[in-house]
Design a protein around this ligand. Structure first.
Ligand code: ZN
Length: 236
């Protein structure tokens, strides 16, 4: 018995082998993703983006800084994004024009004490005075009451809430931007952990924080997250 293979069969077999080799090549280059694309994974991802992954809030402590805060404000304005700034009274007095700009551009401004003081058992009255004084210097510029406070190092006394009608805002993600100059590391610390309603702690006081914060904004906007002020996370 002889096996006859015609030209047509030969050509068909050739095309099949070429297609199989191309598939293996693509799979090896792109790993599982190319297979998921075929399975419609991309469509699922696009749907999630349309629906949105939820709200998150970017917060900046310790400013305003004459250079870095302006850079962050420029970047946020370009992207149409609002954030929350917890400022110290001493820096507000030095740079009132930056507070004015924050307010005009729709950012939320909170209290971070006057001299960045940590509350302890010994300094309760001094701490309280700093909160009052800081709220006063902010209100003089914005014309609005200051409701939110981020206590330095998270030390807080609940009775201030009724005494001063202030609300403490802590954080859920701390990328430790103040102790690293590695932008990719800071960005990854946020992007890999983030979930709906997270409050991200950063500082408008370092060049790396500026770059990392704007990278976080770009990456998470792309993923479908919506950046809002802390007020919208806490009360909406
Ligand atoms: Zn601080």
């Amino acid at each position: 018995m002889s096996l006859k293979i015609g030209k047509k069969e030969c050509a068909a077999a050739g095309i099949f082998v070429a297609a199989a080799l191309l598939f293996l090549y693509v799979r090896d280059r792109n790993g599982i993703e190319s297979v998921l694309e075929v399975a419609g994974y991309e469509t699922i991802q696009e749907d999630a983006e349309k629906e949105g992954r939820g709200k998150i809030a970017l917060t900046f402590d310790d400013g305003p800084h004459p250079y870095y805060t302006e850079q962050i404000l420029d970047g946020l304005k370009k992207r149409g994004i609002r954030a929350t700034f917890f400022v110290t009274g001493m820096n507000v007095e030095k740079h009132p024009e930056i507070i004015e700009r924050m307010h005009e551009e729709g950012h939320l401004i909170g209290n971070h004490t006057f001299y960045h003081t940590q509350l302890s058992k010994k300094n309760r009255e001094k701490f309280k005075e700093e909160l009052i004084r800081t709220s006063e210097v902010i209100s003089e510029i914005t014309g609005e009451d200051v409701i939110y406070v981020r206590p330095p190092y998270g030390s807080w006394d609940k009775s201030f809430e009724t005494e001063l009608n202030m609300f403490p805002v802590l954080w859920t993600i701390d990328p430790l931007d103040w102790c690293s100059t590695n932008v990719a590391c800071i960005t990854d610390n946020v992007v890999k952990k983030v979930d709906e309603n997270d409050i991200i702690l950063m500082h408008d006081y370092y060049a790396t924080s500026v770059t990392a914060a704007l990278r976080v904004v770009d990456e998470l906007t792309e993923e479908g997250y919506q950046f809002v002020t802390v007020e919208e996370i806490l009360f909406d």
